[in-house]
Design a protein around this ligand. Sequence first.
Ligand code: AR6
Length: 177
Amino acid sequence: MKIGDTQIEAIKGDIVTQSDIEAIVNAANAQLQTGSGVAGAIHKAAGPDLDKETSPLAPIKPGDAVITRAYNLPNDFVIHVLGPIYGADKPEEDLLSNCYKNAIQLAEERKIKSIAFPAISTGAFGYPLEEATNVTLSTVKVILPTLKHVKLVRFVLFSEKDLALYQQKIEALKDTL
Ligand code: AR6
């Protein structure tokens, strides 16, 4: 589906194997270190040089985004965002929305054409996937028509169930355009 000039799509997969994508997004921690889930997979696949670049950029706040190189990953850049911890960082909708907004804005500034997101905050940080998806899609709906450079936004979901929910929500979004 297209919003403005930008294609949006959802697939089932692993964020570290998106070799046709220029920038992948990390569901990071404030210290920008390795961890469980997405952050662990990204740091492992990128190698130790990623940590050397992220350390001086930390700590970041919920909603913030910073960009680094991608080292051994098959991408050019990693955009690290800190999602809100559900029930603790408030207002969580705005903080989650800022993650997507700031990551896409950084990509746009760097003239990046393609970006892939995991479902930020929906793992260790406990944000219910359906609520998070509503925030995500309403954010991209507003920001994508303003862009010149970003031509592809891919959502990479880790399970069939998560993908099915995204597909259903993207279908519903079509009717609102
Ligand atoms: N590719 C795509 N999606 C994934 C992958 C992967 N390789 N691994 C997990 N997911 P999470 P958060 C899904 O916990 O909730 C870390 O420890 C997962 O099923 O990675 O923002 C950090 O260090 C879930 O739907 O991120 C932070 O402390 C989604 O990605 C904290 O967890 C996000 O899960 C961040 O928590």
